[in-house]
Design a protein around this ligand. Structure first.
Ligand code: 5HU
Ligand code: ZN
Length: 162
């Protein structure tokens, strides 16, 4: 064996794979989102998925979305994957980093992304792209000079046995 392996995963597959794996930790019955923050030299700095804040039980707080009373829906309580990834980072500055995320960030996450210095977003899905929240998000991110890169799935299936 004198040559290196050829079928190793790319950086993009690696980081989006970590974001996808993080999403698998989400308890949200309808949408699971994962995020992975990476330094400019390709080191993973943080990860996150959508869920309730520490101390707010997954079994006691509501996961519903259709209920008329917003107090009884998940929207008041769930922390988005991107915000969790930002808040999970305890190492200092995220200035100049990249965010791999399975779903395009909303307007609230966009504010945190801009303010913490993330400079590039690589996103896999944009299913809420037509909503005012995501349109407002793109408006802010573009204005702040954050690069928005749609992730091109390679179609490679990664199997992990745990
Ligand atoms: O960027 C996002 N990041 C993120 O983590 N989320 C979370 C919040 C909710 O738990 C879930 C969205 O739920 P639903 O698709 O049922 O409305 O995804 C939602 C967005 C929306 O763009
Ligand atoms: Zn968000």
């Amino acid at each position: 064996m004198t040559e290196k392996r050829k079928d190793y995963i790319s950086w993009d597959e690696y980081f989006m794979g970590v974001a996808e794996l993080s999403a698998m930790r989400s308890k949200d019955p309808s949408t699971q989102v994962g995020a992975c923050i990476v330094s400019q030299d390709n080191k993973i700095l943080s990860m996150g998925y959508n869920g309730f804040p520490k101390g707010c039980s997954d079994d006691e707080f509501p996961w519903g979305k259709g209920c008329e009373d917003p107090y009884e829906t998940k929207y008041f309580y769930s922390t988005h994957s991107e915000l969790n990834a930002i808040l999970n980072y305890r190492g200092g500055s995220l200035e100049g980093s990249k965010l791999y995320v399975t779903l395009f960030p909303c307007n609230e996450c966009a504010k945190a992304i801009i303010q913490c210095g993330i400079k590039m977003i690589i996103y896999a899905d944009d299913k809420y792209g037509d909503t005012p929240a995501v349109r407002a998000s793109k408006r802010m991110l573009l204005s702040a000079g954050v690069e928005l890169v749609p992730y091109k799935r390679t179609g490679r299936k990664l199997e992990v046995i745990v």
